[in-house]
Ligand binder design. Structure first.
Ligand code: ATP
Ligand code: MG
Length: 162
């Protein structure tokens, strides 16, 4: 069991310099009071890191990243929002697929394998959670994760089939 707010704060502390180097910032509103969940520390650190990494890579101008947590329906909600290039409706349905990259990602010469979000979704699913994305082109993107407070301790049995 660990404090999800603390985990997120640690990731954002590590990521902050990158964003500040582009004159941007990370805004934290970690308000979930019921914040102790069964999550794998290493994998969940990677999940949050991946969302920050995308928010930064697909930025448009000064990167403003907003990360929030709050309690909802016997669980913790985590949102990561950016003011980046956004994702069109037709591409949004495919971003969680392995190896899928939005064509403009390449046009802007941003490198990646298209695996980050497939990994993120796999880890969230294995913890009994859900992830959704909302986006508007040229405005930004928001990812929302729901994690049940009683997130399974069973996640381990599935993790090797990514
Ligand atoms: P990898 O994460 O494996 O290095 P990647 O970033 O291309 O590569 P994903 O993280 O799976 O792969 O993201 C898939 C695609 O979704 C990206 O190529 C990009 O086009 C789009 N995308 C993901 N996050 C964002 C975001 N925050 N803003 C705009 N586009 C995004
Ligand atoms: Mg990525």
């Amino acid at each position: 069991k660990l404090d999800i707010n603390q985990l997120i704060h640690n990731v954002s502390t590590n990521f902050k310099l990158k964003v500040e180097n582009k004159n941007g910032k990370i805004i934290e509103s970690l308000d979930a009071k019921n914040n102790t969940v069964y999550v794998d520390e290493v994998h969940f650190t990677n999940v949050i890191y991946n969302l920050f990494d995308n928010a930064f890579k697909y930025r448009k101008g000064t990167p403003i990243l907003q990360v929030k947590t709050w309690n909802q329906d016997n669980g913790v909600m985590i949102s990561v929002k950016d003011n980046g290039m956004g994702i069109s409706k037709e591409n949004l349905t495919r971003i969680f697929e392995k190896f899928y990259r939005v064509p403009t990602g390449n046009v802007h010469n941003v490198k990646g394998f298209g695996l980050g979000l497939a990994y993120v979704k796999k880890i969230v699913d294995d913890h009994g959670g859900t992830i959704t994305a909302e986006s508007e082109v040229n405005v930004g993107t928001k990812f929302k994760i729901f994690l049940p407070i009683k997130s399974t301790k069973e996640w381990k049995k599935n993790t090797n089939c990514f």
